[in-house]
Design a protein around this ligand. Structure first.
Ligand code: ADP
Length: 483
């Protein structure tokens, strides 16, 4: 075991259905994006295996929902403790399959575990309601009940946390889950499954089904009448497909889709704090997060100083394999990601952008790319409309608040937005005016299990985390009692 795991049994290529490991004879390879080295051969489960998993989740759902919330909470709490006890191993698996620096992977494991802890606590706070009756003999009660079987589809950029924050609220609410992790990063998901089983999650309550047939498996989850809800994190393109396919059986949907986050620096901002915030909001995970700052707008008075300071900080970032000490930027996930970054930069240059630092592939080769700052950006460029999902910070110059709010909102996406300002009236005005589900004011880091994460416009439906998060996994039923 080249990863040096304390517990090598956490690295498994077996799927997990109805409490049993599934390997089969169709396998696919998972490799380290930094080196191309083979990490594991993983069970390539297809639609028939997925159907068995759905059947198992469906059969397990009544007994799981019938347990007390306290009982479900205790199991989630044990799962949380197991995740943290194995944090280092989970982080190594994550970095190996996905590429992010080990320090960020450790952070992701803690972040994912925090959702499990949070929803272990929320399980016992699913309160209903009583409503004064509309007639003297009527009593009205509102019950909350689990929606049933949840199909969870997750991406590669947070292979642990994106799954933890779907499974935890689902299980807390009394739902059962069939999860299909990204084919690029199934190992973190399968390790979570091993720990869930050790924590006492009963057979069938959590099923993890890795496989290459993303479209076929997605279609089955949408069409299968035993599945009540789809919870998806990924691109807006695939979100649309799932919504269309789910229409036939009226699936409930939670969709965390793409973003194109504006990051605005007003003249009254603290310049150094704004540069710190931009570094955090842009370069975490090499720019491969859906809430990464994608469009940086700086007001004329601070523009030149901001570009200079940002470029100096970015030029000093260390690029390398995630396992290595001091690395801030790992490889991109694959060649397609690299090609998109190069395309966005080439397009910006054709339309007149200037490279302040970076701009080309890194000397390490592979999918390593130099962290980049562009200035002289205009609305004609692709980056104005599309998520780059890479280590590229494009800077626009603007003059007025009205102008920048209009620019920021000129997007089909509405996930996160950030701005730096000190005038309190402006802070309120701009926070209210930005068409996003989450806004960071004088901060570039907004993700936490205690807050509702999610978007508006074509960035999705529903919220994850906070006391709102569990509602996505509950139906309400109103009971009218005649006394
Ligand atoms: P990203 O750009 O983050 O990879 P995708 O939307 O392509 O976003 O992928 C997110 C997840 O959706 C991955 O697990 C991927 O395998 C899966 N996926 C891709 N295409 C489909 C589809 N047609 N139906 C269901 N899931 C899909």
């Amino acid at each position: 075991d080249t990863l040096g795991l304390a517990d090598p049994s956490l690295l498994t290529g077996s799927g997990f259905v109805d409490g049993m490991r599934f390997k089969g004879d169709r396998l696919f390879r998972v490799a380290n994006p930094a080196t191309g080295a083979l990490l594991a051969e993983v069970a390539d489960m297809g639609v028939p295996e997925l159907r068995s998993a759905i059947d198992a989740a469906h059969a397990a759902r009544k007994a799981w929902a019938a347990r007390t919330a306290k009982d479900r909470a205790a199991i989630l709490r044990r799962w949380h403790d197991g995740i943290l006890a194995n944090r280092e191993d989970l982080a190594r698996i994550l970095t190996a399959e996905m590429g992010k620096p080990l320090a960020e992977a450790r952070g992701e494991i803690a972040y994912g575990a925090a959702y499990v802890e949070w929803f272990a606590e929320e399980a016992r706070r699913v309160y209903g309601d009583t409503i004064p009756g509309h007639m003297p003999d009527k009593r009205i009660i509102v019950l909350k009940q689990p929606v049933g079987v949840v199909g969870a589809i997750t991406p590669w950029n947070f292979p642990n946390a994106m799954l933890a924050r779907k499974i935890a609220p689902a299980l807390a609410a009394g739902c059962t889950v069939v999860a299909r992790p990204s084919e690029f990063t199934p190992l973190s998901a399968l390790a979570l499954g091993v720990l869930a089983e050790r924590a006492g999650v009963p057979a069938g309550v959590l099923n993890i089904v890795p496989g290459l047939d993303a479209a076929g498996m997605g279609a089955e989850l949408c069409a299968n009448p035993k599945v009540a809800k789809i919870s998806f994190t990924g691109s807006t393109r695939v979100g649309r497909i799932l919504m269309r396919q789910g229409a036939e059986t009226i699936k409930k949907l939670s969709l965390e889709l793409g973003g194109n986050a504006p990051f605005i620096v007003f003249d009254d901002a603290d310049l150094d704090a704004a540069v710190d915030g931009a570094m955090a909001a842009k370069f975490r995970n090499a720019g491969q997060t859906c809430i990464c700052a994608n469009r940086i707008y700086v007001q004329a008075g601070l523009h030149d100083a901001f570009v200079e300071k940002l470029a100096a900080r970015v030029a000093a970032l260390t690029v390398g394999e995630g396992q290595a000490e001091g690395v801030a930027i790992g490889p991109l996930i694959n060649r397609a990601a690299l090609a998109k970054v190069e395309d966005h930069i080439a397009d910006a240059r054709i339309h007149g952008a200037t490279i302040a630092t970076g701009g080309t592939r890194h000397a390490l080769g592979g999918t390593f790319f130099q962290p980049t700052v562009l200035s002289g950006m205009t609305q004609a460029m692709k980056i104005a409309r599309e998520e780059t999902f890479g280590p590229v910070a494009p800077v626009w110059r603007f003059e007025t608040e009205d102008e920048v709010v209009a620019l920021a909102n000129a997007s089909e996406f509405g996930l996160a937005g950030y701005f730096y300002a000190r005038d309190i009236s402006r802070v309120w005005r701009v926070a209210e005016a930005l068409e996003v589900g989450m806004v960071g004011v004088n901060t570039g880091l907004i993700s936490t299990e205690v807050a509702p994460f999610g978007g508006i416009k074509q960035s999705g439906l529903g919220r994850e985390g906070s006391h709102y998060g569990i509602e996505d996994y509950l139906d309400i039923k109103y009971m009218c009692l005649s006394v």
